[in-house]
Design a protein around this ligand. Structure first.
Ligand code: AMP
Length: 284
């Protein structure tokens, strides 16, 4: 089956209605494009479970609060469409801005609690933008499954919360973070790194993994996190937005590893913000 590029809700509905008549199970993979192996791993996993896979490509202005960030966000629709065709996706849904946000658009989905800390504390209204667009995409596609990466761990928990709260029947599926050979989490933003910054970037995941091991073994969480912050600084990350140990589901800060935990960080290299997170195993 050839992949089609769909731009309007009407065309999307028509395609989905035909699939429903066939009894097909439908998966959605929401993205902002500039696709890499991390995105494609979601598509591959979706294809294993669903009969039809829709990949949305929409650079969402409401989640990129800084207009300069929105303008600078990499866009490569033709290349993305070819990658999706090769991967076996069925529809690339690439709506223009006014298809998602017509002039009269007035609704905002806001998820309290899990959105508040970490990225939410540093990027006002970011998760409202994410929650609003993902809700719209889930309702437009009525997907049976939707696939998200653990790379954006807080986003994943925000979406899990909203589908539960709003009674949306789509099953939210999480996929592990795909990394470069040197450990750097793949991200569309990595393209913006200079050669020197790219050489520094893998230290983030190295320090996170090493700190996670330390937290599983040592008693003092505050001390271990402080040491990790120093190591990040020494490695060349001049600005550390946050480095926190949090409960895996509620993302509340933890003082010990007595329940499933995640170590999450956001740092800056020049003008580029990098985020990453790793699981922290409890002490046995
Ligand atoms: P984005 O295009 O950055 O909005 O990401 C779209 C989806 O791909 C989100 O669910 C991300 O969590 C996921 N994603 C991005 N990078 C990776 C990665 N390196 N590994 C796994 N999933 C990823």
């Amino acid at each position: 089956m050839n992949m089609s590029v769909v731009r309007t809700t009407e065309d999307l509905r028509r395609t989905i209605a035909l699939w429903r008549i066939e009894g097909a199970k439908i998966a959605l993979v929401p993205t902002m494009g500039a696709l890499h192996q991390g995105h494609l791993s979601l598509v591959d996993t979706a294809l294993q479970r669903a009969d039809r896979v829709i990949v949305s490509i929409f650079v969402n202005p409401r989640q990129l609060n800084d207009p300069a960030d929105f303008a600078a966000y990499p866009r490569s629709e033709n290349r993305d469409a070819q990658l999706l065709r090769d991967a076996g996706a069925h529809v690339a849904y690439c709506p223009p801005d006014d298809e998602i946000y017509p002039e009269t658009f007035s609704t905002r989905i806001s998820v309290a609690g899990v959105s508040d800390g970490l990225c939410g504390a540093h990027r006002p209204s970011h998760f409202d933008g994410v929650a609003t667009v993902v809700t719209k995409l889930l309702l437009q596609t009525q997907a049976d499954y939707a696939y998200f990466g653990e790379k954006d761990f807080q986003q994943l928990q925000v979406i899990r919360r909203l589908v539960t709260d709003l009674g949306i029947s789509t099953r939210i599926m999480a996929c592990p973070t795909v990394r470069e050979a040197d450990g750097l989490a793949m991200s569309s933003r990595n393209k913006r790194l200079s050669k020197e910054e790219r050489a520094t970037a893998p230290a983030l995941s190295q320090i996170l993994f090493q700190t996670a091991r330390g937290l599983s073994a040592e008693a003092d969480v505050a001390h271990t996190l402080e040491r990790a912050r120093k190591e990040l600084k020494m490695s060349g990350f001049r600005k550390i937005e946050y480095l926190e140990l949090c409960g895996e589901h509620d993302l509340r800060p933890l003082r010990d590893v007595s329940r499933p935990a995640r170590l999450l960080a956001a740092v800056w290299l020049g003008d580029t913000r990098l985020i990453d997170n790793v699981q922290v195993l409890g002490r046995s």
